[in-house]
Design a protein around this ligand. Sequence first.
Ligand code: PCA
Length: 204
Amino acid sequence: MARLILVTGFAPFGGEHTNPSWEVAERLDGTEITDTTVKALRLPVNCGRAARLVSEAIEGLRPRAVLGLGQAGGRPALSVEKVAINVADGRASREVDGGVQGKPVVRGGPDAYFSRLPVAEILRTLKKRGIPVGLSLSAGVYVCNSVMYAALHTLRRRRDVPAGFIHLPYEAAQAVRHRAAASMSAEVMANGIEFALEVIARRL
Ligand code: PCA
């Protein structure tokens, strides 16, 4: 059976017509990266449903690695997430509260999981190749955090399967509607994610 890397992206939300995470995942769908094939999965912007779907995909497809992608509008660079917490708040507008009104992603689950991607190597490689990238210590408390947490929880006994999450800035055309917030072209983001997948695949 082909070795798969599962790459998830999201539907548009918050009045947007596109979501860069799906633009990038869709571009990479079916490509071969170091003897692995990218399988893209589009997730709904709903904490419970997205978490369930990513877990089901991991159980059903048995990927060798999992990389979640999501939009973090306003961030200036790709951000490699270090940690997912067991808090889900189903309303993006309440991110500012830090999820104090949130529920657990998994009832009884551990407080947090660290990314199991080679974070430092991804950061080094992307910087070397001229892709703006940084480390993030919070994936938030909205759907992206839920997906990262759910993937790591599903794989908690399969430590040989690297899994984690990278947030993407607005795509250039979206930023026009946000007072020219920081943005990047889908092409540069896709290149960056391809480099990250190469780093991940090389270690499998
Ligand atoms: N970004 C949101 C949810 C979907 C997405 O693309 C987040 O950061 O949680």
